[in-house]
Design a binder for this molecule. Structure first.
Ligand SMILES: NC(=O)c1ccc[n+]([C@@H]2O[C@H](COP(=O)([O-])OP(=O)(O)OC[C@H]3O[C@@H](n4cnc5c(N)ncnc54)[C@H](OP(=O)(O)O)[C@@H]3O)[C@@H](O)[C@H]2O)c1
Length: 238
């Protein structure tokens, strides 16, 4: 993995930070996405003891910041080997009947439309890699099989968040197909319930454990899968 170039969005904390750290330890050059310069600098300072980490001032709500990040990577390396679409939000716990339109819109913008747009913009650089890999960080609640099960508890059926991860899995499927001829692999990862700010520190898994499946999908070899949905135990139902 030495010298491979990776971009991890939302990497100033949580699962994204742990993913960036693991990729650095594999010898990759990692662009650490952060929408806030100070939070990003602190993360990069910490991560620099593990390898070559660069700050990517990247707000998923701002296409210009995506373009600037990709231009910097192009100028320095001429290619991108790994894109981890990790940045995400979970704004409330409202069910389908109570969800507020503005929350639904903001959640879909951040968790679906922005990562899809970033893949579109990064595609020319990913095509220049000999082993382009895209990992979309989804969730178990993005599984239609899981949310269709009447035994699934209501906290697994938060409307805006679940819908966004179901849709993100659609992004994975459609981009995997569109980029298959370029040998770019696109997969969804479910990290499990992880102790982070997003989960209100409720998960039992540590960010490093959540990052494991992301790292595995980011480092697939040429005969690895594309267009799949995986957690630490293997493929999971759509
Ligand atoms: N924790 C879990 O149990 C769990 C389970 C399944 C899936 N996931 C997924 O894992 C991913 C990481 O979540 P996490 O649990 O590590 O949460 P987290 O600790 O809250 O981290 C979320 C990251 O996303 C960033 N972010 C949010 N909106 C952004 C934007 N518009 N532009 C750029 N960055 C943005 C945050 O930046 P700021 O620090 O600036 O807010 C932060 O770096 C998410 O996609 C989440 O849905 C988490």
């Amino acid at each position: 993995m030495d010298g491979r170039v990776a971009l991890v969005t939302g990497a100033n904390k949580g699962i994204g930070f742990a993913t960036a750290q693991a990729l650095l330890k594999l010898g990759m050059i990692v662009y650490v996405g952060s929408r806030d310069v100070e939070r990003g600098r602190i993360a990069v300072d910490t991560l620099s003891s593990d390898g070559t980490a660069h700050l990517a001032l990247l707000d998923m709500a701002d296409e210009n910041s995506m373009l600037a990040t990709l231009a910097a990577i192009d100028a320095a390396h001429g290619r991108l080997d790994v894109l981890v679409n990790n940045a995400g939000i979970a704004l409330d716990g409202a069910s389908a009947v109570d969800a507020v339109p503005d929350v639904i819109r903001r959640t879909l913008d951040t968790n679906v439309h922005a990562p899809a747009r970033l893949i579109q913009l990064a595609a020319p650089l990913l095509r220049k890699s000999s082993a382009g890999r895209v990992v979309n960080v989804s969730s178990g609640v993005g599984s239609l099989a899981f949310i269709a099960d009447p035994h699934t508890p209501s906290m697994g059926k938060i409307y805006a968040y679940s819908l966004s991860k179901v849709a993100l899995n659609g992004v994975t499927t459609l981009f995997a197909d569109a980029l298959r001829a370029d040998r770019i692999k696109v997969n969804s990862a479910s990290p499990g319930v992880v102790k982070t700010d997003l989960s209100h520190q409720m998960g039992r898994r540590l960010p490093t454990e959540g990052a494991e499946i992301i790292v595995r999908l980011a480092t697939l070899d040429d005969d690895g899968p594309t267009g799949g949905f995986f957690d630490a135990a293997g493929p999971i139902a759509w």
